[in-house]
Ligand binder design. Structure first.
Ligand code: PDD
Length: 284
């Protein structure tokens, strides 16, 4: 398989069964995770991921086992040991292992895990063709800015999308569009891009942030505001962003065709700008 698993300070492979049945990640979903991309063994936007994880850990009162330097070093070692050049690294930090009780003791030793996985990123034709979405109720908790490992609502929504022949679920709460089950969501209307503002209803996507920066530099107007579900009938283009998908056009939402079912111009421009930025980052 050729993958590498980092576990609490040592390297092994995912073939080793390692986590305790009384790890609080397993029993309580008590932890956070990150996913970063690497290409040619070079990590992409590594520190953005570290900083988001650090904020999440702080918010749920788990000490971060790494600082920026030790994190970068661990991830470099992990990639050095990995036998393939392109993929993703999944990182998870939980509160740790201990007798099952809701009252977690102070001073627990967190469990830190990171492993590399091959991943086939979308090719040019997929990036042009785009994806289809269905809307689904947002059943997540009230702290979606934390990348919690509790992904049951996300997984159920994605399965619903798959069963409907779609690729992703667009989460809607009382008529307000939040984000995808595993991606940020943008629309384009009259040349302007609109996306949900950063608050507790969405994850602060690493790609979302970069795309907004690119749009501003390219003099594309950006409106960060919640979108009403009814506005999905009045848009010119839509796209999602995520670590694994980059900028990905949306051509259908609930069987309604967006922009003649073709990738829109603004989406194509941002896709190009983002792909360029990503390659610069890799060669930096
Ligand atoms: N998902 N919103 C949600 C709910 C997500 O789970 C993700 C990422 C994003 C996009 O964030 P970023 O641009 O930092 O990847 C937005 C990851 C890839 C996953 O769960 O596998």
């Amino acid at each position: 398989m050729g993958d590498v698993l980092y576990f609490n300070g040592r390297f092994t492979t995912t073939a080793e069964r390692i986590v305790s049945v009384e790890d609080r990640g397993f029993q309580f979903g008590d932890g956070v995770y990150e996913v970063f991309k690497f290409v040619g063994k070079r990590p992409v936007f590594l520190l953005d991921h570290f900083r988001r994880m650090d904020r999440g850990l702080r918010e749920i009162d788990i000490p971060n086992p790494w600082n920026e330097a030790s994190f970068s070093q661990t991830m470099s070692k992990l990639l050095e040991r990995t036998s393939f050049a392109d993929g993703v690294v999944y990182i998870q930090v939980t509160r740790g292992e201990g007798e099952r009780t809701h009252f977690y003791p102070d001073g627990m030793q967190p469990t830190a895990v990171a492993y590399s996985r091959r991943f086939v990123f979308p090719d040019a034709s997929r990036k042009e063709r785009g994806i289809r979405l269905i809307t689904a109720p947002d059943l997540r908790w009230k702290q979606c800015q934390i990348k919690s490992i509790n992904l049951l609502p996300n997984a159920l929504a994605k399965k619903k999308a798959q069963r409907a022949g779609a690729d992703e679920a667009l989460l809607v709460e009382e008529g307000t569009v939040r984000e995808g089950a595993s991606a940020s969501f943008f629309v384009v209307r009259a040349g302007k891009i609109i996306t949900h503002p950063l608050d507790e209803h969405i994850l602060p996507g690493v790609v979302r942030d970069r795309v907004i920066g690119l749009a501003i530099s390219a003099k594309i107007r950006v409106d960060e505001r919640p979108l009403r579900e009814t506005e999905l009938f009045q848009l010119d283009e839509a796209f999602i962003t995520s670590t694994t998908m980059g900028v990905m056009p949306v051509t259908e939402i609930d069987d309604r065709v967006i922009g003649n079912s073709r990738r829109g111009e603004v989406t194509a421009e941002l896709q190009r700008l983002f792909d360029d930025l990503e390659s610069q980052e890799r060669s930096a």
